[in-house]
Design a protein around this ligand. Sequence first.
Ligand SMILES: Nc1ncnc2c1ncn2[C@@H]1O[C@H](COP(=O)(O)OP(=O)(O)OP(=O)(O)O)[C@@H](O)[C@H]1O
Ligand SMILES: [Mg+2]
Length: 237
Amino acid sequence: MIVLENLTVRFGGLVALDAISAGFAAPVSGIIGPNGAGKTTTMNVISGFLSPAAGQVLVDGTDLLTLPPHRRTRWGLRRSFQREQIADDLTVWENLLAITDNLRLGRREARAEAEQAMEFAGVAVIRDKAGAALNTFERRLTDLARCVAGGPKLIMLDEPAGGLSPEETGRLGDLILRIGEVSGARVLVIDHDVDLIQRICAQTLVLDFGRRIAFGPTAEVLDDPAVKAAYLGVDHA
Ligand SMILES: Nc1ncnc2c1ncn2[C@@H]1O[C@H](COP(=O)(O)OP(=O)(O)OP(=O)(O)O)[C@@H](O)[C@H]1O
Ligand SMILES: [Mg+2]
């Protein structure tokens, strides 16, 4: 269970998150909302980029906000960003090792973890390709491999389907659904592709201007008039 309790973030006078509470029990859960709603801010708090003015994050009873960011990684937190964090001058394999070599595993175990993650994401065939030479989908898959490597407990994906074709989005969705089975990790997904969210997320939190406007089973949430209103006339680029 991922529990957000009363999370509040302010940037000067702007309330980016206004006392957000939600308990995600599903293997894959979603966070949606219009641009500027507070979705990435929520992930920034969970990962330790930002300290909230108030609130708590509990994952299976662990109080994540008391752990410094590097300990959160060792604990099993992984995330992807709206812009992938792939080093251009490293190969796919080296990009994987950059994660697993920092987990205090033995060298052999680190390599085995990196290998398994590459296989899972289907990037083993391009292991020697440099980051700079990867296309958008290959970058996204490499990013996903980085997230599943080394025994994650919680993986957060920030707009993983952004810029992908429907076919690529379908394949990415299939992989995300298999994360729990291969790693045991729970997944939180932000995306503007509501069809993807509907397909892969059992529960969804909807934010708008830093406020929770809906939370619950995804189908119910998407049917909520407040959610439909928040999306009306909004550019989801
Ligand atoms: N470091 C920061 N300093 C000041 N304001 C910020 C900062 N980070 C985010 N904000 C503001 O907080 C609000 C929420 O931003 P956030 O990035 O969480 O939105 P989002 O839901 O991820 O939107 P998008 O769909 O565009 O990625 C926005 O008004 C944004 O401008
Ligand atoms: Mg964002």
